[in-house]
Design a protein around this ligand. Structure first.
Ligand code: FAD
Ligand code: SIN
Length: 545
């Protein structure tokens, strides 16, 4: 087998330079809250984002935000549910911190003007109490985006939209010193290269759902921050744990982002059924249609791949909820279905599992510190140990905002004690290459979906790594957005397939056909580091409680 190695982007001479205290890459829940709090503390902040401010997954979130608020609920119960979902790999101290800080997130957003739905909070799969805060029925993300963007736009923050982070810059002793970026010219594919020197570099670039053919993630989520950190040699962990959401709208021929049909629909009585209207979850799990997502996605996969009656997709039947409740509690879902030609009030809607959430990422602590001094990672791009082998529903928005705020507090202290420092830290470019030819993108996505998807096995993972190894480089070292994204998606494919090939068990959202059970009492997190293009693995033993 040919060895699969990392590909590097060409390094380009910058046409412009900026200098700041803190540069934050990504303007979703994590990046926006970090920028706001760091700026309020008096630091100079530059916030860059690939598209417009407030892009990413955050604005698409439907289900809610998990935080204990009811008298019959408790922090211990939220901790237990998160640990159970994490399947032995969640880090209890990080989980305790998340759960303890969660109610503050709600107060923070309310202070910024957020309007949450009244009445008792919602219930979602894996939660043993009602603790899901909703807004606009099924539009929590839009409300979080609204208030955070409004506050950020009013604050003293320099925002660079249509600006793509390329590679980390480091000073002569290896400390992160800034970021190389490309600014997209208006109405053309051309990029103007630049450098932002900063004393603190924060990655808040979200997930990598676009590595798959079908995903809930928007088009800009191509794993850029993760790949950039891999190229810089940061430690990454739990890369094999990709959460697939069971109910993603299935539209013939659709590629990339597909509408999500929130789990809350099943909380309200919707059911996943096959072509004969038989419940897919009947007899499969005590919680039926509210079983953990990996259990449901696997049951759907098995039904869809049945030898006697294979199906391209299944259906979500939400008619039992009733037309008027669907309209008032799920307006986003009704509208998204309508745009694709379906009416969940009157008919079953086609669904299949799609890539939804990256449980692993850049190894970091709860304040965002990574293995590279001066480099921080927060939100979905980070792996703090909170999610372990599987994420509990609605914990990620909570985590993103907690991480953003904690990062800002940490940075304020770190910058104050370090003094002002050099204004012009000399940057050292990372290894340079030609990038991956964009013509490979479709094959990489198909490989991820068919070989590194809901169910994996050795043969498929070896094939995936072979595809990665054989992916051609670009002929020239010109840099455009398509090359940058394809190179990053190639890195994601390498890291996820490699980590999945090393985990000889089924745990959380990593399911192996050839190793169907969990391996023993001890769980371990897998850490990966790239050195001179080669991926090296490390095992961190962790006792299962
Ligand atoms: P994002 O919100 O994804 O933001 C990433 C930012 O990084 C964007 O601004 C993007 O443009 C920018 N970026 C990316 N690459 C670059 C680059 N190279 N250069 C510059 N900028 C870059 N979680 C819940 O807790 N509850 C829910 O109900 C829920 N529902 C969801 C529904 C959907 C459809 C999806 C997709 C996710 C849902 N999730 C939910 C997950 C949750 O929304 C995300 O985990 C969370 O929003 C991530 O926030 P973030 O700030 O880390 O990243
Ligand atoms: C959903 O609404 O089903 C998604 C919630 C989540 O991903 O946390």
């Amino acid at each position: 087998m040919t060895e699969a190695t990392l590909r590097y982007l060409p390094s380009m001479s910058p046409a412009w330079r900026r200098e700041t205290d803190v540069v934050i890459i990504g303007a979703g829940a994590a990046g926006l809250s970090a920028a706001l709090d760091a700026s309020r503390a008096g630091h100079r902040v530059i916030l860059i984002c690939k598209g417009g401010v407030g892009g990413g997954s955050t604005r698409h979130a439907q289900g809610g935000l998990a935080a204990v608020s009811e008298p019959d609920d408790s922090l211990d119960s939220h901790i237990d549910d998160t640990m159970v979902a994490g399947a032995g790999l969640a880090d209890e101290s990080a989980v305790r911190q998340l759960v303890a800080d969660a109610p503050d997130v709600v107060r923070y957003l309310v202070d910024l003007g957020a309007r949450f739905d009244g009445g008792s909070p919602g219930l979602e799969g894996g939660h043993s109490h009602r603790r899901i805060i909703h807004a606009g029925g099924d539009a929590i993300g839009a409300e979080i985006r609204r208030v955070l963007c409004k506050a950020v736009l009013l604050a003293d923050i320099e925002i660079l939209e249509n600006t793509v982070a390329l590679d980390l810059l480091r000073d002569e002793v290896g400390v992160a010193a800034g970021i190389a970026v490309g600014r997209l010219a208006e109405e053309s594919d051309e990029m103007v290269m630049g450098e932002i020197n900063a004393r603190v570099v924060v990655l808040a670039t979200g997930g990598f759902g676009q590595a798959y053919l079908s995903t809930t993630n928007p088009p800009e989520l191509t794993g850029d921050g993760l790949a950039l950190a891999a190229r810089a040699g940061a430690v990454l962990s739990n890369m094999e744990f990709v959460q697939f959401h069971p109910t993603v709208l299935y539209v013939v021929g659709q590629r990339g982002q597909s509408p999500l049909l929130t789990e809350a629909l099943r909380g309200a009585g919707a059911m996943i059924v096959d072509s004969d209207d038989v419940s897919v979850m009947r007899g499969r799990h005590e919680r039926g249609d509210l079983a953990p997502r990996d259990v449901i996605s696997f049951a759907m996969f098995e039904r869809m791949h049945s030898i006697s009656d294979p199906l391209e997709h299944l259906w979500l039947d939400a008619r039992a909820i009733g037309a008027s409740r669907l309209e008032t509690s799920f307006p986003t879902v009704v509208e998204l279905c309508r745009q694709s030609g379906f009416d969940p009030r009157r008919e079953r809607v086609p669904v299949s599992p799609g890539a939804h959430y990256a449980c692993g990422g850049i190894q970091s602590d709860i304040d965002g510190r990574t293995s590279i001094p001066g480099l921080y990672a927060i939100g979905e791009v980070a792996s703090t140990g909170v999610h372990g082998a599987n994420r509990l529903a609605s914990n990620s928005l909570t985590e993103a905002i907690i991480a953003g705020r904690r990062l800002a507090r940490h940075v304020v202290g770190a910058l104050a004690s370090a003094g002002r420092g050099s204004e012009t830290a000399r940057s050292v470019p990372t290894t340079s290459g030609r990038g991956v030819n964009p013509s490979s993108r479709a094959l990489l996505a198909e490989t991820m979906s068919t070989r590194v998807g809901v169910v994996r096995d050795r043969e498929g993972l070896d094939e995936a790594l072979e595809v990665v190894a054989r992916t051609p480089e670009c002929a020239s070292s010109m840099l455009d957005l398509a090359t940058i994204e394809t190179t990053n998606l190639h890195t994601v494919t390498l890291l996820v397939a490699y980590a999945a090939s090393l985990r000889h068990e089924s745990r959380g959202c990593h399911r192996r056909r050839d190793f169907p059970a969990e391996a023993g009492r001890l769980g371990h997190s897998l850490s990966l580091v790239v050195s001179e293009g080669r991926v090296e693995a490390r095992r961190d033993e962790m006792a299962v409680s």
